[in-house]
Write a protein that binds this ligand. Structure first.
Ligand code: ARG
Length: 598
């Protein structure tokens, strides 16, 4: 058996069938099954339905109960209040479902695939060449990576696109400076100057120097400025020497990006880095087609698309500029060309953009333009907009000097803080970890903490970057989840090779703590479906936190290895094992590691 519907899905089906049997005219209506405090589940759907059928909700609820066929899942059902159903499921049914899931040999814990998976192009992690990565790029990378994994897990084909900023007028300045100072990016001179760190940092240091030096000349020397402008034209028309130097700068940047990705424990493949420059040859066609179809019009020399509802503070319409009056193309033209490529050549059903919410207007105008031009079906593109990372003062995160915080510095600090926590805990627990093991775990804990803090918030919200909170053992943190996982592994280590097997025993009666844990385990597949459909990784994070939180009282009240009977020992080991596997699978989908010992 591969995919296994959750018990709650089965109960839901039973209720739908009963509804259809009781009121054939209402077949297909949703019984609205939810978790509940008063019973295992509550079904609220009879209220709205009775209203629609102009009947009495309690009577309808009674009729549904009467129409329920014999079944093994529902242990008790009762009509309550104005017409809810309170439903308790049988312990045996919970355990049977979990056992079926655990034995899914495909290793996906019985989680079903989406019914009609398609192709999504996911535009995420798009840093800019010759610039540092900052917290905004952190968000795009971490959220995009999680969404990519969650969608692929459901069977969706995900084409990754890292739309890096590798084109534009600033390259004229950088390249012209390089032509006039040919040794600027040389590695030897760099090693001599900085004593050389890791290659990513060194690459970025060289680029920073190039950027500052060329900027200084650009701002002070009019003649250089003119030469830099000509260099842009040379770049756009494909001049070989210019392109070679451009490549050199892009490659240097990629070396830096890859070093950050490695530290972030995120995979970005070179073939998926398709930056703005890749669309250069398509821009003329974009302009031609938009102009010919009348979607765009010339206004003061620029090619513009206007929108009824987009106006500046002066009340004048703010157009999307596809081509500037000097003939140059900007960010909008590239995005339009990318849409044509993604729909036309990559055959995407869905275009997703993990980009800062502050670019919402840009994407709204770009999508609307592409729709008017007939390049993009309505609703096929969606910006997964994320909020701003804030400092302790509640303002966008900056250094004390008011500069953007370098991502590498942040990540290093997170790992350092994590090392303190890991070391303390390892010493207190007599874990006997070597220094190397401590460093390895600090990496997994520190990076996990940063990712989890980002992913556990609903993505549109701003959040405060607070490392103390992120690496705390208490509360909704990845460290808490990682410890729950490691604790379960330690149970198995303690059990040793001669321990009883982890096997479900549907005949045992569950304690309240076991029940709560088991019922929550049942919901894993459903939460993954929701997280994928809504593109909301925080739902998975919340589920995992709840799972770890339910494990604690279970572990406290239900001795595992010293349980009174062999069946109980095996059944509890089973619950431990499935909890660990679920935590691991879920955290992997969020891009977070689960060390065995912590
Ligand atoms: N490079 C841009 C930035 O750093 C983000 C690009 C987003 N993707 C896109 N297709 N426009 O803000």
């Amino acid at each position: 058996m591969a995919s296994v519907p959750s018990l709650s899905a089965t109960v839901h089906q039973r209720l739908s069938d009963a509804l259809a049997a009781a009121r054939p005219e209402a077949s297909g209506a949703d019984p609205l099954l939810r978790g509940s405090d008063r019973a295992d589940f509550q079904a609220n759907g009879m209220l709205a339905l009775a209203k629609k059928l102009k009947g009495n909700p309690r009577e309808l609820a009674d009729a549904v109960v009467a129409a329920l066929p014999e079944n093994d899942e529902i242990a008790k059902v009762e009509v309550s209040g104005p017409g809810f159903l309170n439903i308790d499921v049988a312990d045996a049914a919970i355990l049977r479902t979990l056992a079926a899931r655990a034995s899914d040999e495909s290793g996906r814990l019985g989680v079903p695939f989406a019914e009609n998976p398609g192709t999504s192009v996911l535009d995420y992690s798009q840093p800019n060449v010759a610039k540092e990565m900052h917290v905004g790029h952190l968000r795009s990378t971490v959220i995009g990576d999680a969404i990519m994994r969650i969608l692929e897990h459901r069977g969706e084909t995900v084409v990754r696109r890292h739309h890096i900023g590798d084109w534009g007028t600033q390259f004229g300045m950088l390249i012209q400076y390089l032509i006039e100072h040919p040794h600027e990016l040389d590695h030897e001179s760099d090693a001599a100057r900085s004593g050389s760190g890791d290659s990513g940092e060194a690459a970025m240091a060289r680029l920073n120097r190039l950027y500052k030096a060329s900027r200084a000349v650009f701002d002070s020397d009019e003649e250089f400025k003119a030469r830099a402008r000509d260099r842009v034209v040379a770049l756009q028309s494909g001049d070989e020497e210019t392109l070679n130097l451009w490549h050199k700068i892009v490659d240097e940047s990629k070396t830096y990006f890859q070093a950050v990705y490695e530290q972030l424990d995120v995979e970005v493949l070179d073939k998926d880095i398709v930056g703005e420059s890749a669309y250069n040859d398509a821009l003329q066609d974009v302009v031609k087609d938009l102009e010919e179809s009348g979607v765009a019009v010339r206004s003061e020399g620029a090619l513009c698309v206007f929108f009824e509802d987009v106006k500046g503070q002066d009340g004048k319409p703010t157009p999307l500029i596809v081509q500037k009056s000097n003939g140059g193309f900007g960010y909008a033209a590239t995005d339009l060309a990318a849409i044509r490529d993604r729909i036309g050549n990559l055959h995407a059903d869905k275009l997703l953009y993990v980009v800062d919410a502050r670019q919402a207007l840009h994407f709204r105008m770009v999508f609307e333009t592409a729709q008017r031009a007939g390049w993009l079906p309505e609703g096929a593109a969606k910006q997964l907009a994320f909020g701003t990372v804030l400092g302790a003062d509640g303002k966008p995160f900056k250094t004390r000097e008011g500069e953007t915080v370098r991502l590498v510095d942040l990540l290093n600090e997170a790992v350092e803080r994590a090392a303190v926590v890991v070391r303390e805990k390892a010493e207190a627990g007599g874990l006997g970890l070597s220094e190397e093991e401590i460093q390895e775990r600090a990496q997994q804990v520190g990076i996990g903490a940063v990712k989890y803090a980002d992913l556990s918030n609903s993505m549109s919200r701003d959040y405060v970057f607070d490392l103390d909170r992120m690496v705390s053992l208490q509360g909704d943190t990845s460290v808490y989840l990682q410890y729950a996982y490691a604790r379960i592994q330690s149970i198995f280590r303690k059990a040793g090779p001669d321990a009883p097997p982890a096997v479900a025993h549907p005949e045992v009666e569950l304690t309240p703590q076991e029940r709560a844990l088991a019922l929550h385990l049942d919901g894993f597949g459903d939460v993954l479906a929701t997280a994928a459909e809504l593109y909301e990784p925080h739902r998975l994070a919340a589920y995992l936190y709840e799972l770890a939180s339910l494990f604690s009282p279970f572990y406290e009240h239900c001795p595992v290895l010293t349980a009174p009977s062999r069946e109980l020992v095996e059944n509890r080991l089973f619950l431990c094992e499935l909890t660990a596997r679920t935590l691991r699978e879920g955290m992997t989908l969020l891009g977070i590691r689960t060390p065995d010992r912590l």
